[in-house]
Design a protein around this ligand. Structure first.
Ligand SMILES: [Zn+2]
Length: 368
């Protein structure tokens, strides 16, 4: 329980989403000056050409860097040098998690503004002020909290619609957890992720609930649009749910079992190739079992997850359901802080039991 009655809310300064928005980057960077733009290597040829066209005749200029390294201090030092040499007063990150996190770190280190441009709607990380840091060799070091959130999160739905379907579905898994975890944190009065951790504003809870509502209303239709490679209102709604609503939701309300199980699953090397949202999805099933969620909600969630192709069983995450494997996941989950945001006592044994029943529930809904 949080040790104060202070409530808090945080967010990026601005969020802009729409088709072709990346082409308007010069308008958004103009107020800050020259930009140093970090772009994922596989997107670089297309997006750099787009940028060159967009900046023609603009008052400010940009220097682009093809990012293929790690989100590490060495890379940050290198990018900072390039930015200074170009007289850049703004960092822009375009791409996946590591690129965006590196842009956040550069901005934090240099003390300059940052614009975040995600290339998929696969997680809610673009909206958070947290970066995951590695060594230059790719070993995980830990999470680092930035001094402030992004000045702008810019989402081009024409870019998102071209990203692989698996990423979009995983984003819905991450987003689906938001409201369930918000409710758990609300009931236990756990701290959110604003500053040193405070109570939830009503705004945070309303956003988390809206994320949930949009997924069930528009998730299937959005996926159809993505499969056809076209942008529709439903797709725009779910991009917003996966990115903005899920991100603001978790930052402002907190995380619980679904993300705790995600961390627990990382105890097994066989799960490492799975996406964040895929592991969180199985965590959602576990959280519902642990909390003894009403059958109607369980049924709604399970049908939705199976329908859009999110993993709901251990086998789908490449985990053999042996005693040793399930106990390893349960131990790592219960050793971490997130599962203890639930409003009741959680033990390694209760997590173990919940995982087994969740796996069985998943198999039943998959018709196995
Ligand atoms: Zn997440």
């Amino acid at each position: 329980m949080v040790n104060s009655t202070t409530r808090a809310f945080g967010s990026p300064l601005r969020y802009i989403q729409g088709p072709g928005e990346f082409n308007h980057l010069p308008e958004y960077t103009a107020a800050y000056g020259n930009a140093c733009v970090l772009i994922d290597s596989f997107l670089y040829p297309t997006l750099n050409a787009q940028l060159e066209k967009a900046y023609q005749g603009a008052e400010t200029s940009f220097v682009s860097i093809q990012f293929q390294g790690e989100c590490c201090d060495e890379e940050v030092a290198h990018i900072s040098e390039v930015a200074k040499a170009h007289n850049a007063s703004l960092i822009v990150g375009v791409g996946g998690g590591k690129t965006l996190d590196t842009a956040k770190l550069c901005s934090d280190t240099m003390g300059v503004p940052v614009i975040i441009v995600p290339s998929s709607a696969s997680t809610d990380a673009p909206v958070s002020e947290i970066a995951v840091v590695y060594t230059a060799g790719g070993e995980y070091i830990g999470s680092r909290k930035m001094k402030h959130n992004a000045n702008l999160v810019l989402v081009d739905s024409e870019i998102i619609v071209k990203a692989p379907k698996r990423l979009f579905v995983a984003g819905m898994g991450d987003a689906l957890a938001t409201y369930l975890e918000a409710l758990a944190c609300d009931r236990s009065d756990s701290p959110n992720y604003i500053g040193s951790g405070h109570r939830r504003c009503k705004a945070g809870m309303a956003i988390a609930q809206s994320c949930w509502d949009i997924l069930f209303a528009d998730g299937r239709s959005a996926l159809s649009a993505l499969e056809q490679g076209v942008v529709t209102e439903a797709l725009e709604n779910v991009i917003e749910a996966n990115t903005l609503l899920s991100g603001l939701g978790f930052l402002n309300t907190g995380l619980a079992t679904a993300h705790g199980i995600h961390s627990g699953l990382t105890a097994l090397a066989s799960t490492h190739s799975f996406l964040h949202g895929e592991k969180v999805a199985f965590g959602v099933v576990c959280q519902m079992v642990l909390e003894n969620t009403p059958t109607k909600t369980v049924d709604q969630v399970m049908r939705f997850m199976v329908d859009i192709g999110l993993p709901v069983t251990l086998e789908q995450l490449n985990v053999e359901p042996t005693y040793e494997n399930v106990m390893a996941i349960a131990r790592k989950t219960a050793d971490g802080p997130l599962v203890h945001q639930e409003p009741f006592l959680v033990t390694t044994q209760s997590v173990y039991n919940a995982i087994l029943v969740a796996d069985k529930l998943g198999r039943t809904y998959r018709g196995l």
